[in-house]
Design a protein. Structure first.
Length: 750
């Protein structure tokens, strides 16, 4: 998919296949950048390459270069046209099948090898029968990756797994068919050291099968936790309307797919429907809920001549809109591109295990060959020499390394889910230690995201319950979000409301009607002025104070007299002040970011304890991305907490994105961590848990490597047989899993 074309060059995004670690991405990037006129960035996490090219280079040349490096490349289809939900099962099913095969067949092989009492007369041949599918079919991805890497002069952990399991299996075949291991009634000696003159009676099928099963388990857990590329884009695009009612000549209504809408078409939007595309109102007036796109908590009143945005919701009257932008030109589509650019610009996290294994793997192979030569040179015989070399490969097989990340991640995320926290993958954890600034979206994150009745100011001699009963009854007949807030507040206090005898909506001003024989007005102060009424001094002060605080003031009058002023606003969550304090305790600077006006933002900031200088208000969706970029340019490592579609691009751009699980799918998919509970206090707990999970992964990797460093000399010296090496290797995996299980004791801050 070519995303941009100019006179001097073009830009293309390629989907890359076959990468198994971050070093694969680095290798592809290096090859592409060697081409004349090409600048490439390869992202292992999203499995995409963003390439700028010029001159005589074509997309076919770029794909050919990637394929020559040993990987696949293709131009991805447009997000709207892809059936992504089918991709995950296709990706995981083969791995799951190989894992199940390996576990079911490897368990009896290991048991028979390690427990002499289970070794019946022909047990070794049953072991071969069970182990063969494990080493060939189940371990095939390792062999294939090792062969591909070898063709290009590279070695990874796949190389070590393939060489180690293949050597153990091939030696076992030799011992069974050409040595003495195939003799009926043979029992496997449980020896700690290698006999210098013998070895033809030993088989190491348990090492080959066990290593394969353990590593496949780690790969499967890792693949299941990995974030799928493009999910945020799909969530964004799915927000748009699917069908639209177009007004043809003569006012004839015709329902067509939104893709057939053209600039200049007039279309109908009924109450409760999504606006199909960006346009201008030509008939009618209503309130439009744009919170999912702009973050504005108060619905916007629109009338003839006012612009409206696609995917926003008409919550009031009937509208006729003329389309001004369609398809890729709409605000929704532009936001999707922002998310895509932010995701592609985020550097792929470099796995610690992959960085070390780049040196570790070749060293182990060289050590195994050196061990073979040393034993042969000392006259120990080929059998003993090869046995020692296999022991070196088996003891060094990075089973613990393969489990270090996914086991800690699985335990950490499992515990996190109980606390309302979802960690999407290991690639996000590094960011949590560096983060020093946290940007908080206001609507739906710090606040509830819905209009709430916060205060009732009454005139002298007026009863508050009567105000709520009459105003609530009238507003209960309206669908406007502010009206619902008043009605819900009245119902919560009174339990029941009367039914109006008469009701009428006054577009843009409020409602009027008759309740219990009273002529009632509820709405803007201007509505009262139209009926020659004005607010008494005390209520006028209350209205001014409410508006200064960024709240919506609603006047209530009946029988020709102003009686009360109601304050409605997006209420701050009860837990938000405590959450801000916890974030500070973690050494983070909280910044409030919102599309609402300055007065609303500063009022909320005061309530939760954020300094005025750390408030950024009246920002558009693309401005939120710019705010994050500006903070990053100042040298800060930025975490972003948000819940709306308007936050998705900023969440993707931030060093660490925390999405509220009560928000939109776009925000959740763009975030690195999801706060399932919708409680901002979970943001602090999420960062603490992520840091502790990262610490566990690092300690797992350290002990796994330390184990290998200590055990390799013992194996090379012949002090460990391959069978004992396999058992020790399994123990290292048990240690890593046990260390990871300690994450279950993590507790949320009290």
């Amino acid at each position: 998919m070519i995303t941009d074309t100019t006179d001097t060059g073009a830009e293309v995004e390629l989907a890359i296949g076959g990468m198994t670690c971050a070093s694969c991405a680095a290798r592809i990037e290096k090859k592409l950048n060697r081409m004349a006129g090409v600048t490439a960035t390869v992202n292992y996490a999203t499995e995409k390459a963003k390439v700028s090219y010029s001159g005589d280079v074509s997309v076919g040349d770029l794909i050919a270069t990637v394929e020559a490096t040993g990987y696949t490349a293709q131009e991805p289809a447009p997000p709207a046209g892809r059936e992504e939900p089918a991709e995950e099962p296709d990706e995981l099913r083969p791995l799951r099948q190989r894992l199940v095969t390996a576990v079911v067949l490897a368990v009896p092989v290991v048991a028979m090898a390690m427990v002499p009492a289970l070794q019946f007369e022909y047990w070794q041949w049953l072991s071969l029968t069970l182990a063969a599918p494990v080493v060939t079919y189940a371990a095939w991805p390792f062999h294939k990756a090792a062969f591909t890497n070898a063709r290009h002069g590279a070695a990874t952990m796949d190389t070590l797994i393939s060489v180690g399991t293949s050597a153990a299996f091939l030696w076992s075949l030799w011992a069974l068919f050409f040595g003495t291991a195939g003799t009926p009634g043979m029992t496997h000696p449980f020896e700690l050291t290698i006999e210098r003159t013998d070895g033809a009676g030993n088989i190491y099928l348990e090492a080959a099968a066990g290593v394969t099963a353990f590593i496949l388990a780690g790969r499967y857990f890792e693949a299941r936790a990995k974030r799928k590329a493009g999910a945020a884009l799909r969530a964004l695009l799915e927000l748009g309307a699917k069908d639209v009612t177009v007004l043809r000549d003569g006012g004839r209504e015709q329902t067509v797919p939104v893709t057939e809408l053209r600039v200049g078409d007039r279309f109908l939007v009924r109450p409760g429907e999504k606006i199909a595309t960006d346009g201008t109102v030509v008939e009618g007036s209503s309130a439009v809920d744009a919170s999912m796109l702009t973050g504005e908590s108060v619905p916007v009143e629109v009338g003839s001549g006012d612009p409206v945005t696609g995917a926003t919701i008409n919550v009031g009257g009937r509208l006729v809109v003329r389309a001004t932008r369609v398809g890729a030109d709409t605000q929704l589509a532009r936001m999707a591109r922002l998310v895509e650019d932010a995701q592609n610009g985020k550097a792929a996290a470099q796995r610690l295990a992959d960085r070390i294994s780049a040196v570790f793997v070749p060293v182990v192979i060289a050590l195994a060959l050196g061990t073979l030569g040393f034993w042969l040179g000392n006259g120990a015989g080929l059998t003993a020499a090869f046995t020692a070399a296999v022991a070196v490969l088996v003891i060094a097989c990075p089973c613990a390394l393969g489990l270090a990340t996914p086991t800690a991640l699985m335990v950490g995320t499992g515990r996190g889910a109980q606390l309302g926290i979802l960690i999407k993958g290991p690639e996000v954890l590094e960011s949590t230690r560096r983060v020093d600034t946290v940007v908080l979206d206001k609507t739906g994150t710090v606040t509830t995201g819905r209009m709430t009745l916060l205060a009732v100011h009454i005139a002298d001699g007026t009863d508050e319950a009567e105000v709520l009963r009459l105003a609530g009854a009238l507003e209960h007949s309206s669908e406007h979000p502010i009206a619902r807030a008043v009605a819900d507040g009245a119902l919560a206090k009174l339990g029941a409301l009367p039914t109006p005898e008469d009701f009428a909506n006054v577009p843009g001003l409020g409602v009027q009607g008759v309740v219990e024989g009273h002529a009632v007005l509820v709405g803007r102060e201007r509505l009262l002025a139209d009926w020659a009424m004005e607010l008494p001094e005390g209520l006028a002060r209350a209205r001014a104070a409410a508006e200064d605080a960024g709240r919506t003031a609603i006047a209530v009058a009946w029988d020709g007299e102003a009686r009360a002023v109601l304050e409605v606003a997006d209420a701050v969550k009860e837990t938000s002040p405590e959450a801000v304090r916890r974030l500070r305790d973690l050494g983070l600077i909280p910044i409030l970011l919102t599309g609402d006006n300055e007065a609303v933002a500063r009022s909320v900031a005061r309530e939760v304890g954020i300094a005025p200088e750390h408030v950024v208000a009246e920002v558009l969706p693309q401005d939120k991305v710019e705010v994050v970029k500006r903070l990053q340019a100042e040298g800060r490592s930025v975490a972003m907490v948000g819940d709306g579609v308007n936050d998705a691009a900023a969440l993707a751009q931030a060093d660490l994105g925390l999405a509220m699980g009560t928000g939109t799918d776009a925000a959740i998919e763009a975030g690195d961590l999801t706060l399932v509970r919708g409680d901002l206090r979970a943001a602090a707990d999420a960062i603490r848990l992520a840091r502790r999970t990262l610490g566990t992964i690092r300690s797992n990797l350290f002990w796994a490597f330390a184990y290998n460093v200590a055990a390799l000399p013992l194996a090379a010296a012949g002090l460990l047989t391959p069978m004992i090496a396999g058992a020790a290797m399994a123990f290292s995996s048990v240690f890593v899993v046990g260390n990871s299980l300690r994450l279950r004791t993590f507790r949320a801050a009290g």
